[in-house]
Design a binder for this molecule. Structure first.
Ligand SMILES: Nc1nc2c(ncn2[C@@H]2O[C@H](COP(=O)(O)OP(=O)(O)OP(=O)(O)O)[C@@H](O)[C@H]2O)c(=O)[nH]1
Ligand SMILES: [K+]
Ligand SMILES: [Mg+2]
Length: 367
């Protein structure tokens, strides 16, 4: 394993030494492809099941999973204890938390799993401390909270982002608009629909060569970087929303608070003093982008106490059915819907109908 780490460092060093210009583009592309391959070897050893640390990850529960990532002693465990009924040890010394501690946030009728994780530091993705396992768990989340101590250097933010990035986690970023299909023969068919600043055919060829890909259709529909192309080839990237929680604001002045609050996607809090925790919950809910659907059994009033939670991006009647029970779709005849997604209350709809937040649905089954 350490052999891989050394090679990664070597290549990172060479990339940082290489000036970026037209002449070096192809070479840089090659280096970056090599680096990406080594990183994924580190993450998931090819051709063999990656050994997982026993008992580090915990079972998924609830509608969504949120992971607390941060340097030691920024207040992750303090926050878990305030937002859930779980108890995670809090102390002033670093690396108090040594394993995953789950808790449940009850919000808007949904159960959201919050994971307290050990603190990570620079070099985590390469195996320093618990870093690798922590980031492995981060990959399974629906939302990452990067927690920062406002009294500590903001440089920590960039370090954590780099660690997650090295493990294929892309924060607050959309997947690049590149269509990539490997083929058995026919050579390389490279099509661009917008002018490319970084990806000329030679660069693309050299990157693909590193992956031993000689036959493929590639259509690039955005001004893509070398890294974007590598991400699409590797195919195992995870695109995830991230909130930057700026903790311990009880220790700074209002002027300082205004300054730190400029960090994009950030929210200031004091976990210890319980300041702005409501604001934080609202932001978490927004980022998770979930909607609530109430079901109504025939002849009864809707069950407003326990909505069915679905992602806004997957909110058709059939998605709701799948969420209720895996076989219900086969018995589905039609549904009655009350709410803002329909013109008449109720309206008869099919399984492709797109629902809205707080709609009421009665499913009618075939006999
Ligand atoms: N002033 C202030 N102190 C806080 C706040 N939140 C947490 N702390 C303190 O910061 C210290 C570390 O808190 P923890 O919750 O243990 O931090 P952690 O991030 O879980 O630390 P590790 O598990 O070691 O990574 C403790 O002394 C807390 O009391 C806050 O909002 N304000
Ligand atoms: K601590
Ligand atoms: Mg802790």
């Amino acid at each position: 394993m350490s052999g891989i780490v050394d090679k990664i460092e070597e290549i990172e060093h060479e990339i940082s030494r290489t000036q970026k210009n037209k002449r070096t583009e192809k070479h840089l592309g090659l280096l970056k492809a090599k680096l990406a391959k080594l990183r994924s070897d580190l993450l998931l050893p090819r051709g063999g099941g990656g050994k997982k640390e026993e008992g580090f990850d915990v079972a998924k529960t609830g509608e969504s999973r949120i992971g607390l990532i941060g340097f030691p002693s920024v207040g992750k465990s303090t926050l878990l204890n305030k937002l859930t009924s779980s108890e995670s040890e809090v102390a002033s010394y670093e690396f108090t938390t040594l394993t995953t501690v789950p808790g449940i946030i009850y919000y808007m009728g949904a159960k959201l799993q919050l994971l307290d994780l050990p603190g990570i530091i620079e070099g985590a993705a390469k195996g320093t401390g618990r870093g690798k396992q922590v980031i492995g768990v981060a990959r399974t989340c629906n939302l990452i909270i990067i927690m920062l101590d406002v009294l500590k250097p903001l440089k920590h933010k960039a370090i954590l982002e780099k660690e997650l990035d090295g493990f294929g986690i892309r924060l607050n970023k959309k997947p690049p608009n590149i269509v990539f299909n490997k083929k058995a023969k026919g050579g390389l068919n490279y099509v661009t629909t917008v002018p490319q600043t970084n990806l000329d055919i030679e660069t693309v060829k050299s990157i693909l060569k590193e992956y031993r890909i000689f036959n493929a259709d590639i259509t690039v529909k955005c001004d893509a970087s070398i890294d974007d192309l590598i991400d699409v080839i590797e195919g195992n990237r995870i695109y995830m929303p991230c909130l930057y929680v700026l903790n311990k604001i009880d220790q700074i002045s209002l002027t300082e608070l205004k300054l730190v609050s400029k960090v994009p996607h950030s929210i200031p809090i004091s976990a210890h003093q319980e300041w702005n925790l409501d604001g934080l919950l609202e932001r978490i809910w927004e980022e998770l982008d979930l909607i609530r659907i109430y079901t109504k059994p025939k002849g009864e009033i809707p069950d407003f106490s326990s909505p069915i939670i679905v992602p806004r991006k997957k909110r058709k009647v059939k998605d709701l059915c799948r969420k209720i029970h895996k076989n219900i779709i086969e018995q589905f005849k039609f549904a009655y819907v009350w709410g803002s997604s329909v013109k008449h209350n109720p309206q008869k709809v099919g399984k492709e109908h797109i629902l809205d937040d707080e709609d009421v649905v009665q499913i009618v089954k075939k006999f």
